[in-house]
Design a protein around this ligand. Structure first.
Ligand code: FMN
Length: 224
């Protein structure tokens, strides 16, 4: 299985999901190929109080940014558990218009692609095969190559257009995994709700984690 995972962050609400997912993937010995939309930056400013690093930022800057984001308000008040695993993965950041990036081609092998959070705008563009930026192109590649494409949309209520787009994408092979945390695991804080969704994404990518207790698992059997 390839170590390459494409992660796109778009302008739906839920920056915390993207940051937590990036943290986990980089601690799972994976090579994360990151693409960030302009709208995702606006949402990040609003939700975690800081802009995301620029396209030319080095992986170390991203790592520092993510750690800092979880250590300062508001995220420091959301109750996230520190992760004990060291960062062993790699990060490459791609510009949204760089169609010459490896991930724009089907010959570049990946374990899959996640768009988290996924805006209705990006979802709609992918559903009609627009490919007008690298996020949409890489998603299109994953669909045509029959590789895993995980979309984490967030909007409410949903218009018929959004529902039809999701159906169309699901029928084309994408996995629609809305950021809809459950409450049956008795969350104690916001981190538990974020980790619920991130855990589901990790499961789909076959990334081991211990973000939450599995339903029906023994207390000492939380991962895998
Ligand atoms: C603070 C903020 C929150 C937003 N939340 C959502 C959202 O939850 N879902 C959504 O589909 N769009 C949301 N939007 C609108 C998108 O950012 C907008 O449609 C944008 O064009 C999406 O572009 P992108 O797909 O290139 O990121 C939000 C915008 C802002 C500024």
């Amino acid at each position: 299985m390839s170590d390459n995972v494409v992660l796109a962050i778009t302008g739906a609400s839920g920056t915390a999901y993207a940051l937590r997912l990036t943290q986990i993937l980089l601690r799972s010995d994976l090579h994360v190929h990151l693409i960030v939309s302009e709208a995702a930056r606006m949402v990040s400013l609003r939700e975690v109080g800081t802009d995301l690093p620029g396209d030319s930022a080095q992986p170390a800057q991203w790592q520092q940014f993510i750690d800092a984001a979880f250590q300062q308000p508001p995220a420091s008040e959301w109750g996230f558990r520190e992760l004990s695993a060291p960062v062993t993965g790699r990060l490459s950041v791609h510009r949204k218009r760089d169609y010459s990036a490896g991930i724009a081609s089907g010959s570049f092998l990946t374990r899959g692609m996640v768009i988290c959070p996924c805006s209705m705008g990006t979802l709609s563009s992918i559903s009609c095969g627009a490919s007008t930026n690298l996020i949409q192109r890489a998603a299109d590649v994953h669909l045509k190559e029959r590789r895993k494409l995980i979309l984490v949309p967030r909007e409410t209520p949903l218009s018929s257009i959004a529902l039809e787009n999701m159906t169309r994408l699901s029928q084309a092979g994408a996995l629609v995994l809305p950021s809809m945390p459950g409450f049956y695991h008795q969350p104690q804080n916001l981190a538990d709700l974020v980790d619920f969704v991130v855990a589901r994404v990790c499961d789909q990518l076959c990334v081991p984690h211990d973000l939450m207790e599995r339903w029906g698992a023994e207390p000492d059997d939380l991962s895998g």
